[in-house]
Write a protein that binds this ligand. Structure first.
Ligand SMILES: *Cc1c(COP(=O)(O)O)cnc(C)c1O
Length: 468
């Protein structure tokens, strides 16, 4: 597809740009003297962007089982609410307190869902929540005059976990997974002592397994005065069923752009609100909103991590989602997410290797170890594109070689799941009968298989007219 700049034809614009008559204070030497804007008739502009949007793949046009990312359908009612004129005002407007009320109520809902005592909506993503939570753990131990230097993180963790704790000056210490897919308690006991801040744990973890030893794990950490941080990106299968506070969690972030159906991908904006227990509340980012809808600052706060109270438009959409489906609806989300994942897992394990063969939560991990003719996970992912499916997350978690991490979410119908199962079955058959089909895939996509190494090393991110 050509760029809009390449399609541009001088003088063809439906709306010629007039000379501006604005006087500028910018020194003449710094002023732009010419600006080339693409010119096209209106209809060509509309066609260009419509076709461009159709070249994209999203939850609105197909199954998107990207493990760990919870690519559920985002109900359009969220958008309707976010477009209401009451919300097109400055969020600090004194005349309209509705945005503050919504943030205040959303914090209360998130407390109810997780069992935590207080939430801050400032963090703009999951990783940002981890960073904010680690800063709070640091402030807590500094206040207590305790010098602790490391944070325990399981080997199945998302890469943002060690990155976040490192950014705060802590050493990430890896704890092994057991053969059952949970944390190895012997290894954990060996690594936990009074120099360790605590644990950053994901439960259910990235294998989709709920760690049945979670109470013992959090007890080991607490026995040494440590804190338990839950990476709450995997909250989807626990909604209305388990409150992380009840299994010993002291801090948690949620990914509103995953579990609570707000827009996701493209780099944001997102929201990763952080919840804490009472003992840590004073450290939350400033300002907080109190019950009179006034701003309040705490002297012990770690400071502000985002302007205002976070990305309001995203918070509003999550609020609309929670209000629309209610408590019973949230529980149903979790139940159906688990049901869909287990249905897919049981069907696919007949054709693909499943290292951890047990009941899963919202996702599971298969791999390519049974594939004939050297066909790899990478090839399977590319071939799925030909069948109209977004590939699952691949080569993650790192503890499963050739991993394919599949998360169907609750919003898929049985028909969609069956179609995906059929495609996976066909790919397995092709791998033995006609492997070139899989190895050369995608064959029906607008663009064939890319040289991904070259794309990463020599990215072409700008466009220049020939004469430049
Ligand atoms: C998505 C995810 C994160 C990071 O969240 P972002 O919003 O992308 O920063 C962290 N941990 C897990 C398990 C995740 O799935």
């Amino acid at each position: 597809m050509k760029l809009v700049n390449e399609k541009s034809k001088a003088g063809s614009s439906s709306f010629p740009i007039k000379e501006l008559d604005i006087k500028s204070n910018i020194p003449a030497g710094l002023q732009r003297t010419s600006l080339t804007v693409p010119t096209l008739p209106e209809v060509e502009v509309v066609r260009h962007y419509t076709n461009l949007s159709k070249a994209n793949f999203g939850v609105d046009n197909g199954f998107y089982p990207l493990g760990s990312c919870t690519m559920k359908y985002n109900p359009k009612i969220n958008e309707v609410v976010a477009n209401r004129p009451q919300f097109s005002i400055h969020p600090l407007s004194r005349e309209n307190r509705l945005p503050l009320k919504i943030i205040y109520e959303l914090e209360k809902y998130l407390c109810e869902i997780t069992g935590m005592d207080a939430f801050s909506t400032q963090p703009a993503a999951g990783a940002h929540g981890e960073l904010t939570g680690t800063m709070i753990m640091k402030a807590y131990f500094e206040k207590r005059g305790e010098k602790r230097t490391s944070v325990i993180i399981p080997d199945s963790a998302h890469g943002t976990n060690p990155a976040s704790v490192s950014l705060c000056g802590y050493q990430p210490v890896q704890v092994r997974s057991s053969s059952a897919g949970g944390i190895d308690l012997v290894d954990l006991r060996q690594k936990m002592d009074k120099t360790v801040v605590g644990i950053m744990i994901t439960n259910p973890n990235t294998l989709g397994i709920f760690d049945e030893n979670i109470l013992e794990i959090t007890q080991i950490i607490h026995d040494h005065g440590g804190l338990c941080y839950l990476d709450g990106a995997n909250m989807n299968p626990m909604l209305g069923i388990v409150k992380p506070r009840d299994f010993g969690i002291d801090l948690i972030h949620l990914n509103l752009h995953k579990t609570f159906s707000t827009p996701h991908g493209g780099g944001g904006p997102g929201a990763g609100p952080l919840g804490v227990i009472k003992e840590l509340e004073a450290f939350l980012p400033n300002p907080r909103i109190n019950e009179n809808l006034e701003f309040e600052n705490s002297e012990e706060s770690i400071g502000s991590v985002h302007p205002f109270c976070g990305n309001f438009g995203i918070l509003l959409r999550a609020y609309a989602y929670i209000r629309a489906i209610g408590a019973a609806g949230l529980r149903k989300v979790a139940e159906n997410a688990v049901l869909n994942a287990n249905y897919l897992k049981e069907k696919l394990k007949k054709h693909y290797h499943l290292q951890y063969d047990r009941t899963c939560q919202h996702e599971f991990v298969i791999d390519d170890s049974l594939m004939p003719n050297g066909v790899t996970t990478h090839d399977i992912a590319k071939r799925l594109i030909d069948f109209g499916f977004h590939p699952p997350t691949i080569y993650f978690p790192l503890i499963v070689k050739g991993a394919m991490m599949i998360e169907p979410t609750e919003t898929e119908t049985k028909e969609n799941l069956d179609a995906f199962i059929d495609a996976m079955k066909v790919i397995k058959e092709e791998a033995s009968d006609d492997p070139q089909k899989v190895v050369k895939a995608p064959l029906n996509a607008p663009i064939g298989r890319l040289d991904e190494v070259r794309a990463a090393r020599e990215p072409k991110l700008t466009w220049c007219r020939d004469e430049e």
